[in-house]
Design a protein around this ligand. Structure first.
Ligand SMILES: *Cc1c(COP(=O)(O)O)cnc(C)c1O
Length: 379
């Protein structure tokens, strides 16, 4: 059996190796390393894929979030509502800009921001709401956008884990996640659903003025060459990364279907096991399974992880420590935040391997390993 990895980038690469090598060789021949034609080609292709007016590529997903907050003119002390149950980048950039992260609890089924809790957390100082489409499942965007409109607070979607996923509104309108809020942010980190071969990221918006501001902030605050109107950053997508993304974007829907097939097999294999809750699929969310994350009920997570490890099955805890529990946020009150669902999830979740290259032998071995652990455990 081919060794099982959380994500198998090597085997995915081998399938597109000739195209990637040819496209990279062309960049090298042209020496157009910065802002070469493939960067704009990719932005245009992603605009069409997502159904948004503007895609602004940047250097990574963390920069995308930071640039979004800078472009919205958020000021020190402004409050930004975000989940604590997320990758640290979401909350980190808020603090980096001297804004105040206001951590709100998540829905226990979707793992994403709970709109009811969001509304309760709004104050006169709230200047942005940052939902995260965690593990590839959409946050509940319709009520979040209603809150956004009612209080006139922009929404920045952290779409690093859910590119290609979509959300269905009550009237039947279907939109790609990341295209619903004022700004969407994503990452092309290699292991993301649309990953390049290094760092990369992008911002999306339908607002022309905001797009212009984002471009300016991402390019040293420059309005015309050598005229710098605001303090910005230097954040670009390399041409070499853009050529990889140009090859992979047309394959994204196939990649998603391959991930969903793995999820379907896991769902079927683990249905009805009381110690395991399989990932929820809300009717309004098309899940793209960046992660396949189980909740364990009354069984020892470390023991399961170790048992799987002994059978060459990797399993990861995303995330063992929530943002509000991190040392970097100790000054905010740490565990004083009332986030019972988040606290509970950090002790219960475990993610199984899921990627585009999983074969039947591997899948069966993972499923059998989980089953045999449970059989032993219940004896
Ligand atoms: C990966 C990720 C980021 C950061 O992306 P980078 O490209 O690594 O900077 C931000 N938010 C979430 C939810 C992520 O998963």
């Amino acid at each position: 059996m081919v060794p099982i990895q959380m994500v198998d980038l090597k085997r995915q690469y081998l399938k597109i190796k000739p195209q990637v090598e040819a496209a990279m060789a062309e960049v090298l021949d042209n020496a157009a390393f910065i802002n070469g034609a493939p960067v704009q080609q990719f932005a245009t292709a992603l605009q069409e894929y997502l159904g948004v007016k503007h895609v602004i590529p940047c250097a990574n997903g963390t920069d995308a979030l930071q640039i979004a907050m800078m472009a919205l003119d958020l000021e020190p002390g402004d409050e930004v509502i975000t989940p604590s149950f997320t990758f640290i980048a979401t909350a980190e950039v808020i603090a980096l800009l001297k804004l105040k992260p206001v951590f709100v609890d998540v829905d226990p089924k979707t793992f994403c921001l709970d709109p009811v809790q969001v509304e309760k957390a709004i104050t006169a100082k709230t200047k942005a709401i940052v939902p995260v489409h965690l593990y590839g499942h959409s946050a509940d965007m319709e009520p979040l956008m209603e809150i956004s409109r009612k209080h006139n607070i922009p929404v920045i979607e952290d779409n690093a884990q859910a590119i290609g996923g979509n959300y269905t509104f009550k009237d039947g309108t279907v939109k790609k996640v990341g295209s619903i809020g004022q700004i969407g942010c994503t990452s092309f980190f290699p292991s993301k659903n649309l990953g390049c071969y290094g760092d990369g990221g992008a911002l999306f918006t339908n607002d022309d003025a905001l797009a212009a501001k984002i471009r300016m902030v991402a390019n040293h605050g420059q309005s015309a060459r050598y005229y710098h109107d605001v303090v910005g950053v230097n954040s670009r997508l390399d041409t070499l990364q853009a050529v990889v993304l140009n090859i992979k974007l047309p394959l994204l829907d196939e990649y998603i279907m391959a991930r969903r097939a793995v999820a379907d097999a896991y769902d079927a294999a683990f249905a009805g096991i009381p110690q395991i809750t399989t990932p929820f699929r809300a009717a309004n969310s098309f899940h793209v399974y960046h992660q396949y994350t189980l909740q364990l009920n009354g069984i020892d997570r470390n023991a399961l992880q170790q048992y799987l490890q002994e059978r060459q099955v990797p399993a990861m805890i995303y995330y063992p420590v929530a943002a509000h529990q991190q040392k970097m946020f100790a000054h905010l009150g740490g565990n004083d935040f009332n986030l019972p669902i988040t606290n509970d999830l950090t002790t219960k979740v475990i993610s199984l391997p899921i990627h585009t290259e999983m074969d039947q032998d591997q899948l069966q071995h993972i499923i059998d390993s989980v089953h045999s652990f449970l059989n032993q455990y219940s004896k």
